[in-house]
Design a protein around this ligand. Structure first.
Ligand code: ADP
Ligand code: MG
Ligand code: MG
Length: 252
């Protein structure tokens, strides 16, 4: 069975249907790049899968390892191994970053039958991961994303990804706001987790990142559906000619 299995998934925000019918299977270790014009619904897909309450699934099914993802509370989706890095990671005032990440990590570890890490062991792991990602230790003891720059917020998402080791990670424009070293850190972390079997859905417009990630599959989202499926050549064509030259629009 696929790790993620979406069948005829329809998602609405309030009265407005954003995604009409998404059909997608993702295997363990597979890397899918999701492209699409601004407003085509890429972030909507990630947020709906993560269980954001504003994103209502009005039709279809979503399964992870055969289990009904849509029947799970958001925290149970995370325990089942789903991770979403936000396009705009929010601040969480009053909650220290290290406690936030350790709590999430230990919930996921418990679900995998692993021992929790105490504060001391966690600090060791977190400092090592932060160093790899070029994040200063001081960011661990500040409230989540409080006063972090855009690029620092994205690196903090990578820190969570690195420590949580999910089965399926949705990275929503992880490269936006990141410098070259940050983008290189994305590629290295994705490669490491992918070799351990983590699957990825990567939303990006940045061809150099997409090529470095060596995707198995490239998708183009349009009109609430997956309008095209291909490989790296699809990403290269989109980078060259844009979304306005897409086949179904060219005919219109
Ligand atoms: P993408 O990530 O592909 O740029 P989004 O998934 O963010 O697109 O948005 C898809 C569509 O849904 C857009 O037209 C956007 O304006 C709309 N949308 C997103 N969030 C909301 C919201 N909270 N309320 C109403 N419309 C929204
Ligand atoms: Mg299917
Ligand atoms: Mg988006």
């Amino acid at each position: 069975t696929p790790l993620l299995q979406l069948d005829a998934l329809r998602v609405a925000i309030g009265e407005k249907t954003i995604l009409q019918s998404i059909n997608l299977d993702v295997a363990p270790g597979e890397l899918v790049v999701l492209m699409g014009a601004n407003g085509s619904g890429k972030s909507t897909l990630g947020l709906a899968l993560a269980g954001h309450p504003a994103y209502q699934v009005t039709h279809g099914t979503a399964r992870m390892n055969g289990a009904d993802l849509l029947a799970m509370e958001p925290q149970d989706r995370a325990r089942a191994g789903l991770f979403l890095s936000f396009q705009s990671p929010p601040e969480i005032p009053g909650v220290k970053n290290n406690l936030f990440i350790r709590t999430a990590m230990n919930a996921v570890r418990a679900a995998r039958g692993e021992e929790p890490q105490d504060a001391y062991d966690f600090l060791g792991s977190a400092k090592a991961a932060a160093a790899t990602l070029g994040l200063p230790d001081t960011m661990l003891s500040r409230p989540v994303n409080d006063g972090f720059s855009g690029g620092e917020r994205k690196r903090n998402e990578l820190l969570q990804l690195s420590l949580l080791r999910p089965r399926l990670a949705v990275l929503d424009e992880i490269d936006s706001g990141m410098d070259v070293d940050g983008v290189r850190a994305v590629v290295e972390l994705v490669q490491r987790l992918r070799s351990e079997g983590t699957a990825f859905i990567v939303v990006s417009h940045y061809l150099q990142l997409i090529e470095s990630l060596q995707p198995d599959t490239v998708l183009r989202l349009a009109n609430g559906q997956i309008a095209e499926r291909g490989d790296i050549a699809l990403a290269q064509r989109i980078a060259r000619t844009g979304f306005v030259q897409a086949p179904e629009l060219a005919e219109a």
